[in-house]
Design a protein around this ligand. Structure first.
Ligand code: BEZ
Length: 211
């Protein structure tokens, strides 16, 4: 199935390391990150899941629930979690989906046959409280993801969902934002009481409005 930004995140029932879940019910009213990895007991995946566990407070602060997925079985996931905890100095604190029949991987187009016809690639889906897909990223098996970048895009998504701004290149939380072109200068004066700098008519910078 081809998913696009703005589509509803398909719902599913899944067996996870924390029991059987209905994905939409599990998400509740908050934000979610669903991410796949190629296989249990592999080095890059071990570091990725360890880092995700260490960032628990950062995800909690942003009201984001995390859930991982691979096509390995539940006993494999559980055994691997012990290794992740031991080698990465953490405690895995989020569920891992056992997608042995690949139903969810196919629903989310996480298997890219020209890369590998059996294993999931490194997909990331960020889902908003409205259950719509806000962001998708795909990495190959050979490249571990940067979870600080995932936190950075969550900050941008959460900011731009509620304010008429966009975030410029390499933006980090706390830095100036750009006012979206649909907002006139007159509207901007009211909407952004901290003011704005007009570099060009289409390039207007304002301090981050939610601080
Ligand atoms: C890894 O996680 O290290 C990995 C998994 C599949 C292919 C290559 C690397």
């Amino acid at each position: 199935m081809t998913l696009r930004l703005g589509d509803e995140a398909p719902n599913f029932e899944a067996t996870t390391t924390e029991g059987v879940i209905n994905f939409h019910k599990w998400l509740g009213d908050g934000w979610g990150v669903l991410f796949s990895h190629p296989a249990d007991f592999t080095p890059v995946c071990t570091t990725e899941l360890g880092m995700t566990a260490k960032l628990k407070d950062e995800f909690l602060y942003r009201n984001v629930k995390i859930i991982a997925l691979s096509v390995d079985g539940i006993e494999s996931h559980k055994a691997w979690i012990n290794d992740i905890n031991e080698t990465q100095g953490t405690t895995v604190n989020f569920p891992i989906i056992a997608d042995e029949d690949r139903k969810i991987s196919e629903l989310y187009d996480m298997i890219h046959p020209n890369a590998d016809d059996k294993l999931t690639v490194r997909s990331v889906f960020i889902i908003g409280p409205d259950k719509k897909i806000k962001l998708m990223i795909t990495y190959p098996a050979s490249t571990g993801r940067n979870f600080k970048e995932i936190l950075r895009v969550i900050d941008s998504l959460q900011l731009t969902a509620y304010h008429k701004v966009a975030t410029p290149v390499n933006w980090e939380n706390g830095e100036d934002c750009v006012i979206v072109p649909a907002v006139s200068d007159e509207e901007a004066e009211k909407a952004f009481p901290k003011g704005f700098k007009k570099v060009k008519p289409y390039l207007r910078l304002t301090p981050q409005p939610n601080l």
